[in-house]
Design a protein around this ligand. Structure first.
Ligand code: ZN
Ligand code: ZN
Ligand code: FE
Length: 733
């Protein structure tokens, strides 16, 4: 007879791990106990040595599907003579336990939801150990009901007996609830009537059918919902939300009615995080024009909470579901805040009394990479090639803001916060960061930040009384891509994006770097051009086009140019951004002279190019004006615009690949930056580089856009702060 203590760490709380251990120990005839503590799961078991060995192996081999066991450490104990195996009270200390992400409603719960004989029939908060809210309701670790926003609801007798029955699916399912004891749904209309439970669902469906906009409280915040097929409703939502043309997402149970969906896209749509997946719409899709103007791409997602399932089933069609906010602000998740901020937008509020502790927006994917890593993924850890020898906070960039907290060998990137250029977003950044630090039980000892002095995240960093590390924007992009593949470099990196602050005070963004996690060297870049009016040039691509055309010694066809040209003398930051070159070409081809959201011109240029075959223009990487000249001349000569757009894409890929080939070493190329959300460019770039014998790394887990910057900053800071790197710099000194 022996007794051993096992410490299991990883994602082992909120995934049915204790019931799993209980079942395992009972099956093996062992006695002892299991509990959650601040570090994960601890169990002590007594029995024969060979049975204890089996238990140790099974803990890893048979772990529940949502668990991620990182280590099991065993330790011999004195035999205590327990007579049973039990689930003990959780330890109280805060610590390093990993909280799982929110998980879409499982099939078992769905069956109950639509089974008239079940006591949870049509109950919008049904969940179990395999599904339901986690990250968004956890107020502290260890993950236990008293540390969630469900603590306010006392379990009824039926729920308690399920919760305490080791053979039940809801054994220790912390958010367990039923109509008798759990949260209640309520619909509040403009006339201030409040309908409850079934009447609330009925009222919401009626409102949606009438073309009204309903704010719906979800997992990580409020959505604004309306009938996807009703142009009036969608146009009204656009006007009220101040969102001109940026596409809205659509929730549906039948994606193939709306889009051609590849097998990989289908798999992503059904994956547990249930992200929004960008798919190509079918022509006959019943979707109002204002849902996604000027684009063939449609963001679709499947329902992921019981409430969504009820709404879609009762409505009987697709529902537009967009974040409850004004354009690009953080999503509203607090009930009071939502009522205030969405008052002028929503006609009714479908809410409930389960508090959302942390905001979390929907994730967005464009196969094969992620555009927004948020709900369903956070707070899962990303790898850190060099472990953080002390806690690091990386403040991130400005657009599509995230922050990152690094601890030991893990990087925890925050949910998507929105654009950090508003007061609301800045407050969200500060408060969400505090919640994250509490969850992880750390205080920052090192803060990494972008070099851009005007980013609010940089300003925040400079105000903290903590050691700072400035990380160049494009180095952060490249390092993040290396690190998510577990690589350290050295590598070449093509980093193409709109803007990022360079060390010479100009805006970079068409970069060929040689880098590792620690440092970088700028080998080549697009020739910088002045942006007439700065920010105005980003909103009005024709301004950039005019500058390029003058450089190319071609006539400028834009009427306002003579006037705007004057701004070159006043405000004209220099930019080598690839995004600006895409802008210029879109304007020259007459596709888009002004944009209403970031990246719009490039998206429409990619769409125009489609799969059209075209040879690249002879082009040496760097000289943007030469490419604009070629495009202009072809356009004048009457060549079809899709062919010109295709030739432009191929030229960038060919020219950049040739620039890598000239450098020769190292033989690995990283592709990062927002421009690589362009599938055609990404594919062509990869093909050409692989033909030249390079191995190519592009993003999968972390967005290529600025949502990935905080992770890259954390990676660089950890590398520079590692003992190895510090001793190297002493040696150099
Ligand atoms: Zn379930
Ligand atoms: Zn109950
Ligand atoms: Fe960037």
């Amino acid at each position: 007879m022996e007794r051993r203590r096992f410490r299991v760490s990883g994602v082992v709380q909120g995934v049915g791990f204790r019931p799993f251990v209980y079942g395992l120990a009972t099956r093996h005839g062992l006695t002892g106990f299991v509990l959650n503590d601040g570090q994960g799961v601890v169990l002590e078991a007594e029995g024969e040595a060979r049975v204890l060995d089996r238990l140790a192996a099974d803990l890893v081999a048979e772990a529940p599907p949502l668990a991620r066991v990182e280590s099991v450490i065993a330790e011999a104990m004195d035999v205590a003579g327990d007579s049973t195996f039990r689930i003990a009270e959780s330890g109280a200390e805060a610590g390093t336990a990993l909280i799982p992400p929110d998980i879409a409603t499982c099939d078992d719960c769905l069956r109950e939801l639509f089974d008239p004989g079940d006591r949870r029939y049509r109950y919008p908060f049904v969940n179990c150990t395999q599904c339901g809210p986690r990250f968004t309701i956890v107020t502290a670790v260890p993950y236990d009901r008293r540390n969630t926003t469900m603590a306010e609801f006392d379990l009824c007798r039926d729920c308690r007996s399920e919760y305490e029955d080791p053979s039940d699916r809801r054994f220790h399912a912390e958010p367990v609830a039923c109509p008798a004891c759990g949260p209640t749904l309520a619909l509040e209309t403009a006339s201030n009537t409040v309908l409850l439970a079934e009447e609330a669902v009925g009222g919401a469906i009626a409102a949606l059918r009438e073309g009204r906009i309903v704010a719906v409280k979800g997992l990580g915040g409020y959505h604004l919902a309306c009938d996807t097929a009703n142009e009036d409703a969608v146009a009204r939502l656009r006007a009220r939300k101040h969102r001109e043309e940026k596409p809205f997402a659509v929730m549906t149970v039948d994606p193939r009615l709306l889009a051609t969906v590849t097998d990989e896209e289908e798999r992503l749509l059904r994956s547990p995080p249930r992200p929004i997946v960008l798919v190509e719409r079918v022509l006959e899709a019943r979707v109002a024009p204002s849902v996604a103007p000027e684009t063939r791409w449609l963001g679709l997602m499947l329902p992921y909470t019981p409430l969504h399932h009820l709404l879609l089933a009762d409505f009987g069609g697709a529902l537009l579901m967009t974040s409850g906010n004004r354009s690009d602000e953080p999503i509203a998740h607090d009930d009071e805040d939502a009522r205030e901020r969405l008052a002028g937008i929503a006609d009714a509020f479908l809410r409930h009394d389960r508090r959302i502790h942390r905001r979390c927006e929907d994730s967005v994917v464009r196969a094969p990479f992620t555009i927004r890593r948020s709900r369903g993924h956070v707070p899962s850890a990303l790898p850190l090639p060099d472990r953080a020898s002390r806690p690091i906070v990386a403040a991130g960039a400005e657009l599509k803001s995230t922050f990152c907290v690094a601890r030991d060998e893990h990087a925890f990137v925050s949910p998507h916060l929105g654009d950090l250029d508003t007061e609301a977003a800045y407050r969200a950044f500060a408060s969400d960061l505090d919640l994250y630090l509490d969850m992880l039980g750390v205080r920052p000892e090192l803060i990494a930040h972008d070099l851009h002095p005007e980013y609010l995240a940089t300003k925040w960093a400079l105000e903290q009384e903590v050691e700072l590390i400035g990380v160049q924007h494009h180095h952060a992009h490249a390092a993040g891509c290396l690190a998510e593949h577990g690589e350290r470099g050295p590598a070449l990196a093509l980093v193409f994006d709109g803007t990022g602050y360079g060390t010479d005070g100009t805006l970079w963004g068409g970069e060929l770097l040689r880098c590792d996690l620690d440092s970088y060297e700028r080998l080549a870049h697009l020739e910088p051009i002045p942006l007439p009016g700065g920010e105005a040039a980003i909103r009005q691509p024709w301004r950039t086009a005019a500058v390029y055309l003058e450089r190319a010694e071609r006539p400028v066809p834009f009427e306002r140019w003579p006037l705007v040209r004057e701004s070159l003398k006043v405000s004209a930051p220099l930019s080598s951004g690839m995004g600006r070159l895409f802008d210029a070409v879109a304007a020259v081809l007459g596709i888009r002279e002004e944009v209403t959201y970031e990246g719009q011109a490039a998206i429409e240029l990619e769409q125009l190019a489609g799969d059209v075959q075209a040879e690249p223009y002879p082009w040496r990487f760097g000289d943007g004006a030469a490419l604009v000249r070629a495009v202009f001349d072809d356009h004048e000569a009457g060549r079809a615009t899709p062919e010109i757009a295709a030739a432009f894409h191929e030229s960038i890929a060919e020219g950049a690949a040739a620039a890598c080939t000239e450098v020769v070493e190292p033989r690995i190329v990283v592709l990062s930056g927002g421009t690589f959300q362009n599938l055609r460019l990404l594919a062509s770039m990869r093909r050409r580089l692989e033909q030249e014998g390079f191995s190519v790394l592009s993003h999968r887990l972390v967005p290529p856009n600025d949502g990935g910057i905080s992770y890259g900053q954390a990676v660089v800071a950890a590398a520079r702060d590692s003992p190895k790197s510090r001793s190297a710099s002493f040696a150099a000194a």
